[in-house]
Design a protein around this ligand. Structure first.
Ligand SMILES: C[S@@+](CC[C@H](N)C(=O)[O-])C[C@H]1O[C@@H](n2cnc3c(N)ncnc32)[C@H](O)[C@@H]1O
Length: 227
């Protein structure tokens, strides 16, 4: 049985809704750099799925470059904001308000899947479910763009000391926030059947979220291709 009170679980579900309502461009307006650098590899006739699209910076980048995108997030506010921009600009983005585990596969599969910043928010069981979802919906020759935080993240030791360890390198705060950190090389190991196009681990750039303090993350990033 989880020891997290129901009210805390509710606050986690609402956390991004509140954040997106109060703060424009929480994760910036620029698309992720690995997407910018490798977008040319995506089959332009295919549909891309963005899992956990947030306020849409990556989906907008692809759609503004003529691609078709399905943008999924479990935050109702994220989906509302992405839909509003897509309608205003006439972008080929279909929004899906859902958790990724409830996603229905497209018949042809997705030509690319983007998963930026989601793994750190997932418990280990949900990371395994995410891998299953990707395997289910990625088309042959399709690309996967994905990032995670690693155990070299500057916040890792604080979370290890002050939060409850739920499973290996996965911690939960008293109010139900989850942080999961991967070991070096673990992001590639999650997808043994996929070809590695790009893989990098290190310290990301200093940045801020809204008015928050400056921070840096221990990042793992990868681009994979289905064989
Ligand atoms: C750190 S934000 C990243 C947003 C976006 N990918 C970006 O990089 O700008 C994580 C997002 O994951 C979403 N999320 C968390 N759990 C999810 C789930 N199980 N299914 C779909 N979205 C989820 C949250 O609502 C939030 O928008």
């Amino acid at each position: 049985m989880s020891s997290i009170p129901a009210i805390a679980i509710l606050s986690v579900m609402d956390r991004y809704d509140d954040y997106y309502r109060s703060t424009p461009e929480v994760f910036g307006s620029a698309p992720n750099q690995i997407l910018v650098e490798h977008a040319g590899l995506i089959d332009p006739s295919s549909t891309t799925l963005e899992i956990a699209c947030g306020q849409g910076r990556n989906s907008f980048f692809l759609a503004r470059n003529g691609m078709t995108v399905h943008a999924l997030d479990q935050s109702v506010e994220a989906v509302r904001q992405v839909k509003a921009v897509a309608e205003k600009e006439g972008l080929a983005i279909r929004t899906i308000h859902s958790g990724f585990a409830d996603l229905r596969p497209e018949a042809a599969g997705y030509g690319a899947i983007l998963v930026f910043g989601l793994i750190p928010d997932l418990k280990r069981d949900d990371v395994a479910a995410l891998v299953t979802t990707v395997e289910k919906v990625l088309a042959p020759k399709g690309l996967l763009f994905i990032t995670a935080f690693g155990t070299w993240d500057p916040a890792f030791e604080n979370h290890q000391r002050e939060w409850t360890e739920d499973s290996e390198n996965s911690f939960c705060s008293l109010d139900g926030v989850v942080r999961t950190y991967l070991e070096p090389g673990e992001l590639v190991a999650l997808f043994p059947g996929l070809e590695v196009i790009h893989f990098w681990e290190g310290l990301g750039p200093e940045h801020r979220h809204g008015d928050g303090p400056p921070e840096r993350h221990g990042l793992a990033e990868a681009v994979f291709r289905r064989k």
